[in-house]
Design a protein around this ligand. Structure first.
Ligand SMILES: NC(=O)c1ccc[n+]([C@@H]2O[C@H](COP(=O)([O-])OP(=O)(O)OC[C@H]3O[C@@H](n4cnc5c(N)ncnc54)[C@H](O)[C@@H]3O)[C@@H](O)[C@H]2O)c1
Length: 268
């Protein structure tokens, strides 16, 4: 059973909406008649997104929000309600990386990634779920990653760990929310051309990065997939359908899959 959601006439709040996938999703939601509160650590970028939405004929507000701060998320909720009288869609979209050989990653680097990629969703749940559950309708969007479905590389352990956690959290939360009329979409893109490199901290010696060998897409493609998924009540969004073949290969024989991955690493 899916929980379709009509974006037309609704209101969405988005974190990390000053760039990339968050900005594109704001534009795609607005194109379907949904008002948007664009929030970002960088308030000027959030303002720019709101301007772009208005220029395209949509309704938007903006706010500087740091997802590591509970009060900032409360302010985001309050602005959504005061400006648009409602919040229907909450998109938890911030993600950062720490890269380097596993033995070089300091605990502080791990903590930053865990706090921004995973604990930010826990904070958002505390702030927004009571509202959506009271209404008995709405939709959560959690931006995870293809790296939350399969571990493609060893050079970004905190990212792979937290994105797997966001996928697991999303699966479990969707089960809780569905009987209460609230939908959930988990977004697992492969490479998307955004400003994500700005969010990377590097540690130790440079490694040869290994990422999914999937085609890159633009953020606008992801924004459209996300908006369509919310409307359809679809749980999983991927940008590279070939990931389903890889998931099937692992499910069929997890040991053989892992041995193939190890062999590829040895041969690299
Ligand atoms: N770009 C990719 O290839 C890719 C692939 C898979 C998943 N993702 C995920 O997509 C999401 C969006 O990434 P993107 O590629 O659009 O990156 P992006 O860098 O273009 O946008 C991310 C935005 O988040 C903001 N941000 C950073 N820290 C923040 C904080 N503490 N509080 C609030 N905002 C903060 C940044 O200012 C930036 O505007 C992330 O969760 C990322 O992990 C990206």
């Amino acid at each position: 059973m899916t929980i379709p959601f009509d974006l037309n006439g609704g209101a969405a709040v988005i974190t990390g909406a000053g760039s990339g996938i968050g900005r594109a999703s704001a534009l795609s939601f607005a194109a379907r008649g949904c008002a948007v509160v664009a929030s970002d650590l960088d308030g000027a970028r959030a303002d720019e997104t709101a301007e772009l939405v208005r220029a395209a004929g949509g309704e938007a507000a903006s706010l500087a929000v740091d997802v590591s701060n509970h009060e900032d998320l409360e302010a985001l909720r309050d602005l959504g309600i005061s400006r648009f009288g409602r919040i229907d869609v909450v998109m938890n979209n911030v993600g950062v990386l720490a890269m380097g050989p596993p033995e070089s990653l300091p605990i502080e680097a791990w903590q930053r990634v865990v706090d921004l990629n995973l604990m930010s969703v826990a904070r958002s749940n505390l702030v927004f779920l009571p509202l959506l559950l009271d209404q008995g309708r709405g939709h959560i969007v959690n931006t995870a990653s293809a790296s939350g479905l399969l571990a493609y590389g060893f050079d970004r352990l905190p990212y792979v760990s937290t994105k797997h956690a966001v996928v697991g959290l999303s699966e479990a939360l969707a089960l809780y929310l569905a009987p209460q009329g609230v939908g959930l979409t988990c977004v697992c893109p492969s490479g998307v051309i955004t400003n994500i490199l700005e969010q990377i901290s590097f540690h130790g010696d440079a490694t040869t990065p290994r990422a999914p060998q999937h085609p890159l897409v633009g953020p606008d493609v992801v924004g459209e997939l996300v908006a369509d998924a919310v409307v359809a009540g679809q749980f999983l969004v991927v940008t590279a359908p070939e990931i389903h073949d890889e998931l099937r290969e692992r499910a069929n024989d997890p040991e053989a899959y892992m041995q193939r991955m190890i062999k590829e690493q040895l041969d690299a």
